[in-house]
Design a protein around this ligand. Structure first.
Ligand code: URA
Length: 239
């Protein structure tokens, strides 16, 4: 692919804008040599205004989604894309969230521009665990773990029961829940089915990939080993 197209696709501007950037000498190699629109060069050797070019397609990011932001591209309020560099909103292929978290749910959110990977993560066949921690308005009754594990719980207005889910009681009103599916408002609706209400909800892991030290609102690109962690069984500490 010609550099001008590659750089335009990464969201730096239209092809016309990027052609101007070349004319202005803003696109160079790592040694400072000015590049031309139809040069062919290894991605890692290209600089724009002296900065490394954004990562090529195949990008996977993790974000610590804070409360109060929506998982959509456009919304009246703040959206998760507002926390990424503006170019990431217009890259081609598009960078999408891998599933969604509610506006009032915090925690681990993945993004990728790799459609096959996205489907692999959300596909029921991959059986990827999503780990949530919830605080509740009422004390747990004691029968929730058995109910959630039963594979028979039917949520309101649904016709297929939920797949078995594992509940770990962390305190009278504090629990960890491991799901292998992702239905609309699933955790909140599961606790609602037991007469309780979720007060705070956070996703702490996807597979063996955890939030680690990532602060709310922060994000980082994932390497191959991180991506493998998504498909790895959860660490002991979370089971
Ligand atoms: N379950 C919910 O209720 N909300 C989320 O954001 C994720 C899972």
């Amino acid at each position: 692919m010609k550099l001008v197209k590659l750089i335009a696709n990464l969201g730096y501007g239209s092809r016309k804008d990027v052609a101007w950037m070349f004319r202005e000498g803003r696109i160079t190699d790592v040694d400072g040599e000015v590049l031309y629109a139809d040069d062919k060069l290894e991605h890692a050797r290209i600089l724009v205004d002296g900065e490394p070019l954004d990562p090529p397609p195949g990008l996977v990011l993790m974000m610590h989604k804070p409360l109060g932001v929506t998982c959509s591209r456009k919304d009246a309020g703040r959206v998760v894309y507002d926390l990424l560099p503006p170019r990431y909103r217009v890259r081609e292929p598009a960078l999408s969230t891998v599933g969604r978290l509610d506006r009032d749910t915090a925690g681990l959110l993945l993004f990728t521009d790799d459609g096959a990977l996205l489907h692999r993560i959300i596909s029921p066949r991959a059986n990827v665990a999503k780990v949530y921690e919830a605080t509740l308005a009422e004390d747990l009754r004691g029968d929730e773990a058995a109910l959630f594990a039963s594979g028979t719980l039917l949520l309101e207005s649904e016709t297929t029961p939920l797949a078995p889910a594992a509940l770990d009681v962390l305190g009278p009103r504090h629990a960890r829940l491991v799901l292998h599916e992702g239905r609309y408002h699933q955790v909140r609706r599961m606790f609602a089915a037991t007469g309780n209400r979720v007060e705070t909800l956070q996703r702490v892991a996807i597979g063996a990939l955890t939030l680690g030290e990532l602060a709310p609102g922060a994000w980082r690109a994932l390497g191959t080993e991180d991506v493998e962690r998504i498909f790895t069984a959860m660490p002991e500490a979370l089971t």
